[in-house]
Design a protein around this ligand. Structure first.
Ligand code: M6R
Length: 568
């Protein structure tokens, strides 16, 4: 979703800002813009569409300066047009700003303060408010305006009368600052700092920063404060070998699993966190929610009630976990707004499983298990999903005092990906109007995740159904235009699954079996039943990617979606 980048230093800001925005592109957006200070004047360039459009115009222009702010916008209020793109200015043109988040009371503020706006964006209201406030110091204007805002914001502001200074403000949406060799960098995503700095500062809620060349000052609502730095994670860099990030990221799964398993040693004391727990809640969204469903299977031996919850639902449910509950939040990005809302709701033991250190979820949870999947940039989550499942498996082994067999998992994953013979199947998938994934138990979860993957990047209407539920309604959809992919990894249920195949074929539907058991159209890795659920998704991640590419789409940037869903 929206991204902020800023730079003030020795070098040409426009190159830095474009590079920063390119690093934020993976998050999803539909327009972009920059404000650059040149000889005391602020120049704004905004474009609908891709950052490359903005880049072309900016690089051809005479705009040059050493200070600027930039933004990628994922439209929430108003169409993704050039007008609605950030930066926004106030009507008197005294300042410009970029904003991540949502101002919930922007319409109330607009009428209460009699503000006129030229765009449909909630952000413009912030610019108008700041400029209306009668305070001498620009920082005080921002502080006062922020007091009036409801909702979430990360703001970067440049004032016309103080053009070599960038102000920041934060509530709920992330914003960070890093001191590099050639200047100060600002970003809403620490990944974008990697090239420039070794550590960075994270603003907390209701904190502010005043940044000028090589000088960073932090403030809370009342006074100037000191802050500690955080290290930027640079340990694992995965090479890009393919045309698309998603292809690379699937191929990185063996290394991601290995690093995650090795790093898990740092979290062994988590064992005691499970003592005296009387209920467990597993909470996440999308793919992370599917990890929760499989996580439940790994933890069922504990014999305590385990509930799996979709974060966007759970945040509004009347259920409040009791004091002795343990809530486990799964989130690749650590920034998913619905999941964060659930963390805040749960006043009990809280544990995050995430891939991003220093993310909002890690700050809000009492404990964190960090995965080492490496930067996942393609919108469709792949290697991170496998690592989330691995973490649940490792927790199970830890609690049961079993030796984890992760080396076997890693080598099997490597072998499987080397073989990769999904191309033929993907061609066949294109012949069908409707696709269904079915399975039982763990395989049903894999079916759900496979269906999500395929629809998310190839825009094919597909669903998942538990095999045993077909007859209760979904079978009515089956005809000669339907392909059903039946996932079957349990010996004890294999014959039952084959009955489903017959039922589908009797209705002229086509059924491909995906299995590690007998001769099957789609071969699954040959692994024991506790490890296989971690990898049984592999052929379907590959399949989704192949189908998407052969339809001419870019799997890394599916329409309407964003990598990090930071607003509700
Ligand atoms: O960063 P998170 O794991 O919290 O993200 C949750 C979902 O938005 C995410 O898994 C989404 O479903 C993926 N794009 C699926 O591939």
């Amino acid at each position: 979703m929206c991204g902020i980048f800023g730079y003030i230093g020795k070098n040409n800001a426009k190159e830095k800002l474009i590079e920063g925005l390119e690093n934020l592109e993976y998050r999803g957006y539909d327009s972009s813009g920059v404000a650059i200070v040149q000889n005391g004047q602020v120049h704004i360039v905004k474009k609908a569409g891709k950052v490359c459009v903005l880049k072309d115009e900016l690089m051809d222009s005479d705009i040059n300066g050493n200070c600027g702010i930039a933004h990628t916008r994922w439209a929430t209020h108003g169409l993704p047009t050039q007008l609605n793109a950030h930066p926004h200015t106030d009507s008197k043109n005294t300042l410009c700003l970029v904003h991540n988040g949502i101002i919930e009371n922007y319409l109330e503020l607009k009428s209460e303060y009699n503000l006129t706006t030229k765009t449909q964006s909630d952000t413009e209201i912030i610019a108008e408010l700041i400029s209306k406030i009668d305070e001498k110091k620009n920082l005080d204007k921002i502080k006062k305006a922020c007091n009036l805002l409801k909702g979430s914001y990360a703001l970067a502001v440049i004032f016309k009368d103080e053009p070599e200074t960038i102000y920041l403000a934060k509530k709920e949406s992330p914003i960070m600052v890093a001191l590099g060799n050639d200047g100060v960098y600002i970003s809403s995503d620490a990944n974008a700092f990697k090239k420039y700095a070794n550590n960075f500062y994270i603003l907390k809620n209701n904190e502010f920063a005043k940044i000028s060349n090589n000088n960073i000052e932090f403030y809370n609502k009342n006074k100037k404060i000191n802050k500690k730095t955080n290290n930027i994670e640079k340990t694992f860099s995965f090479e890009n070998k393919n045309k698309y990030l998603m292809q690379d990221e699937i191929m990185q799964t063996p290394d991601a699993l290995k690093e995650t398993a090795l790093y898990f040693d740092n979290f062994k004391n988590i064992k005691h966190y499970f003592d005296n727990v009387d209920k467990i809640y597993l909470i996440g969204c999308g793919t992370a929610y599917h990890s929760c469903l499989l996580g439940k299977k790994y933890l069922e031996f504990l014999n305590v009630p385990i509930f799996t919850e979709i974060a966007s639902e759970f945040r509004y449910s009347k259920i409040k976990p009791s004091k002795n509950s343990l809530c486990i939040f799964v989130s690749q990005s650590g920034e998913t707004a619905d999941t964060i809302a659930c963390v805040k709701k749960c006043k009990c033991k809280t544990l995050a499983i995430t891939n991003v250190p220093n993310s909002s979820i890690t700050f809000n949870c009492k404990k964190t298990i960090l995965m080492k999947a490496g930067w996942e940039r393609a919108v469709a989550s792949t290697k991170a999903y496998c690592c989330q499942l691995l973490v649940f498996y490792l927790i199970k082994c830890l609690l049961k005092n079993e030796k984890p067999k992760w080396k076997q998992l890693v080598s099997s994953c490597r072998k499987y990906l080397k073989k990769n013979n999904i191309k033929d199947i993907s061609k066949k998938v294109l012949n069908f109007e409707k696709i269904m994934f079915i399975g039982r138990q763990e395989d049903y979860v894999t079916a759900m995740e496979s269906s999500l993957k395929l629809k998310e990047i190839s825009y094919i209407n597909c669903i998942a159904c538990p095999s045993g539920e077909l007859k209760h309604g979904t079978l009515a959809l089956v005809d000669e235009n339907t392909l059903v992919i039946l996932i079957s990894t349990k010996h004890s249920l294999h014959n039952k699954n084959l009955l489903s195949k017959q039922e589908i074929e009797a209705r002229m539907g086509c059924c491909f079996v995906a299995s590690n058991i007998a001769d099957s159209k789609i071969e699954l890795p040959n692994l024991s039943s506790d490890l296989l659920p971690i990898l049984s998704i592999l052929p379907f991640q590959l399949l989704a990617c192949e189908v998407c590419i052969s339809k001419g789409y870019n799997p890394d940037k599916p329409r309407n979606l964003s990598k990090s869903v930071t607003v509700e």
